[in-house]
Write a protein that binds this ligand. Structure first.
Ligand code: C2E
Ligand code: MG
Ligand code: MG
Ligand code: MG
Length: 288
């Protein structure tokens, strides 16, 4: 009897697995098609200076998937599936090419020191593919590397430290900026920072959310800012949703900010209209 129960349980488990992998396969097929058929679009979220209020310093590209039947699928859902299936390399390629194209298109409107941040997956980075993708794109669109910041999550770096470190060093040599994304969540030791040729640390929004609830997250943010700045890195805080958080982050040593309080991710056209459009004074140009 026990054996039968066990067998039934096994079957239920296998059924569940099969269902799960069938759903995943279906989504994978849909995503593959989406990459080829314009169902993906790029949103951008502006980044500002905290020390020179309202000064636009850059923007992060965030991919959006709106299926033909109008369904919105969050990147938090489909990026992990793309990573597991290897589709992520094609996705990174698509995002990279279209981001650089946008940069080329709007270059004359952008502040000279504007940086467009592009996320690359652990897969593309550790296999050294990111370099080829980005160098091909900037050559094709004649965009200078200094206008681009490559974002790599801290956990991607830690997963294959040796390969990633070399990739980062070569990218930096070419003149790209490099940000460690989701900093503080990836089980790294701050000692690794001395061996990484990065330019920006992006403090994860998990710490931002806790800034007002007492001292501990404040201490973490302060420590990251202090160590990061001592290595000469720029410190950006993510996920700022309230004015109070921005004030605290500034006091704790953060220089740049990204978050719903300042601006939500938006379509390129809206970004151009709101921040670069005619009649809009670009702070960087105002002083010249
Ligand atoms: P990320 O790179 O850390 O991006 C920041 C995420 O925080 C974005 O979520 C953004 O919409 C969200 N966010 C920004 N400000 C706030 C805020 O004030 N409050 C809250 N609660 N959230 C805020 P999104 O767009 O859903 O992207 C999720 C993750 O998916 C990204 O995290 C990134 O790891 C990945 N991703 C997004 N676009 C791409 C892409 O084009 N390529 C790759 N490889 N990964 C991407
Ligand atoms: Mg990012
Ligand atoms: Mg992040
Ligand atoms: Mg994230």
């Amino acid at each position: 009897r026990q054996a039968i129960v066990r067998q039934q349980r096994n079957c239920a488990y296998l059924d569940q697995q099969r269902l799960f992998s069938r759903a995943r396969l279906a989504l994978e097929a849909k995503l593959r098609q989406a990459i080829d058929s314009n169902e993906l679009t790029l949103y951008v979220q502006p980044q500002f200076s905290l020390t020179i209020p309202s000064r636009l310093v850059g923007a992060e590209v965030l991919v959006r998937w709106i299926t033909r039947d109008g369904q919105f699928i969050s990147p938090a859902h489909f990026i992990p599936i793309a990573e597991q299936t290897g589709l992520i390399v094609r996705l990174d390629h698509w995002v990279c090419e279209h981001s650089v194209a946008m940069l080329a298109k709007y270059q004359s409107l952008l502040p000279e020191d504007f940086r467009l941040s592009v996320n690359f997956s652990a897969v593309s980075i550790s296999r050294g593919l990111c370099e080829k993708l980005i160098l091909d794109s900037i050559k094709r669109w004649r965009v200078p590397p200094r206008n681009l910041c490559i974002e790599i999550t801290e956990s991607a770096i830690m997963n294959s430290l040796v390969a990633t470190r070399q990739s980062i060093a070569r990218l930096r040599q070419q003149g790209f900026d490099i940000a460690i994304d989701d900093f503080g969540t990836g089980y790294s030791s701050m000692a690794y920072l001395k061996n990484l040729a990065v330019t920006h640390l992006k403090i994860d929004q998990i710490f931002t959310a806790g800034l007002e609830n007492g001292m501990s997250d404040q201490q973490i943010v302060k420590a990251i800012a202090m160590v990061g700045k001592s290595f000469g890195h720029h410190i950006l805080i993510e996920g700022v949703e309230q004015a109070k958080q921005a004030t605290l982050a500034t006091q704790l040593g953060c220089q740049f900010v990204q978050g719903f309080h300042f601006a939500k991710p938006m379509a390129w056209i809206d970004f151009v209209r709101q921040y670069l459009g005619e009649g809009h004074l670009i702070p960087a140009l105002k002083s010249s």
